[in-house]
Write a new protein. Structure first.
Length: 490
């Protein structure tokens, strides 16, 4: 707890209206969560304006407000230019700068963030380090798993989570850092020790508009690693040496740089990659040592994810032998090249691939071991980057033998229109069918598949829902596929 005046003195420019100096017991940006003694921050969002809920917050017990507008209320109002920026500062101060009390690893990139963060978590846990994890699927504080709405939560939520991690004596936190979060300032106040870059390919152009803007948004993670060289805190940028964007990130950061890769000379490199239906092996060179790695995960992209995690953990002080032992024990990550086996004589793989690059990676990996035809079920989300729709279909068409276009999360868009957009990327001679209902599309593919064929169900991966209009319904590709197989085998 802190007195209001003590808290707001961390702000450079503000105007306080009201003379009282209440004790602040909590900070909230959602009026429904306000309790007695809360400081309520009015945030103007995309759909609602927190200023409109000031009276509701006071009714729930708010003793002061942070606002961009003058408000006629009977509690102190702190007027600032930008409540979101003020929120990041105040949350950091209120929770006593939690990320200075443990090591924080941030992972950004178009693809591979979730897998890389989970691999890092596994390696650190096996080395007896207590960890926290924040990402697309959930967040974890030691052994406790909690739901998360965004890949990277808002700054206030982050500081609350980090404070809990301090309470639970977490030694290292690993976080997926999205381009949206960086651009919107959600990670302001986060003191990263290690920043990891996976790759940069087309995605989110509905938001960023250009690839340069998208690249620069991710670059903020490296620019924010700090500009000093303190003896007690070393800042490291872990960069993919095979991705051109890394050259830009090298310029943006003052941190020391460690690279990983396959194609170019890097600090941590993989050679002699062998891919089979059972897994992937490669030779790794790092810190003057060479070793063989036998992954149960499949594909060249899995090697990149393993190298990214390996490099981050080497930087964090874990031995190469310990890292390899952990990586070799990993079965996989939920919804990432995840097989569905219900006794069928063909292969079914569910993958989160929802960008042209990730779909291409998955299908090229499948082609390495496929003995029959490759059936690709793919859709694109509504209210998102429309330019990638024909590209997704084109890649499925070129690398698959049969394409089934269907719905992903159509949201407010007409799912048939999304499919029409995708069809523009197909060749006239392509073997494909369009089935709007995703469940029917999966059933169709399973009924059509022959012995030794491979079905790739792309786009949703670990997700257990589908968003149609304003309705969110339960939907899990893995369950739908398994039930369809069981029905087929009756």
């Amino acid at each position: 707890m802190k007195k209001l005046d003590e808290l707001i003195c961390s702000l450079y420019e503000y105007k306080k209206i009201g003379s009282t100096n209440p004790v602040i017991k909590s900070i909230e940006m959602d009026s429904r969560l306000v309790q007695d003694g809360s400081l309520f921050i009015c945030i103007e969002g995309y759909t609602v304006d927190g200023h409109d809920y000031a009276m509701q917050a006071i009714g729930n017990g708010a003793v002061a407000l942070i606002s961009e507008k003058s408000l006629s209320v009977d509690v102190p109002v702190i007027l600032v230019k930008d409540t979101k920026r003020a929120m990041a500062i105040l949350a950091n101060v209120f929770y006593d700068h939690p990320t200075t009390k443990f090591s924080l690893i941030g992972v950004t990139g178009t693809n591979g963030k979730t897998t890389t963060t989970h691999l890092i978590e596994k390696i650190l846990n096996d080395a007896n380090k207590k960890t926290g994890l924040i990402g697309t699927m959930y967040m974890k504080i030691a052994d406790q798993t909690l739901e998360t709405k965004n890949t990277t939560p808002e700054s206030l939520s982050l500081q609350q989570i980090f404070a809990e991690m301090v309470e639970q004596k977490v030694e290292t936190a690993i976080m997926e850092v999205s381009s949206h979060a960086l651009h919107l300032g959600r990670v302001r106040g986060c003191d990263f020790n290690i920043a990891v870059f996976t790759n940069l390919t087309q995605d989110h152009l509905d938001y960023h508009e250009t690839m340069e803007a998208y690249r620069n948004a991710k670059g903020l993670l490296f620019a924010q690693l700090g500009n000093t060289y303190c003896s007690n805190t070393v800042k490291i940028a872990v960069l993919n040496g095979d991705d051109l964007a890394s050259k830009e990130y090298e310029k943006m950061t003052s941190a020391q740089i460690v690279t990983y890769g396959i194609e170019n000379k890097c600090d941590v490199s993989a050679t002699n990659i062998q891919i089979t239906a059972q897994g992937t092996s490669f030779e790794v060179s790092a810190q003057g040592k060479k070793a063989t790695v036998q992954l149960k995960m499949i594909g060249k992209f899995s090697v990149y994810n393993a190298l990214a995690a390996m490099t981050a953990c080497l930087v964090d002080g874990i031995s190469l032998d310990s890292i390899i032992s952990s990586l070799e024990s990993v079965e996989g990550v939920s919804g990432r090249f995840e097989p569905v086996d219900a006794g069928q004589p063909f292969t079914v793989i569910v993958d989160y691939a929802h960008t042209p690059d990730s779909l291409e990676n998955v299908l090229k990996t499948v082609k390495e071991f496929a003995q029959g035809e490759i059936h690709v079920i793919v859709g694109c989300g509504g209210d998102r980057d429309k330019t990638k729709r024909p590209l997704m279909a084109k890649i499925a068409n070129e690398l698959g033998d049969y394409v089934i276009l269907t719905s992903d999360n159509p949201r407010s868009e007409d799912p048939m229109q999304i499919i029409f957009d995708m069809e523009k990327g197909l060749s006239k001679q392509s073997g494909h069918v369009s089935i709007v209902d995703r469940k029917e599309a999966i059933i169709y593919a399973i009924e059509k598949a022959k012995v030794k064929d491979v079905i790739v169900i792309a786009g949703k991966g670990h997700e257990t829902y589908q968003i149609i209009g304003k309705e969110t319904i339960f939907f899990d590709d893995r369950i739908i596929a398994a039930n369809a197989i069981k029905e087929m085998l009756k």
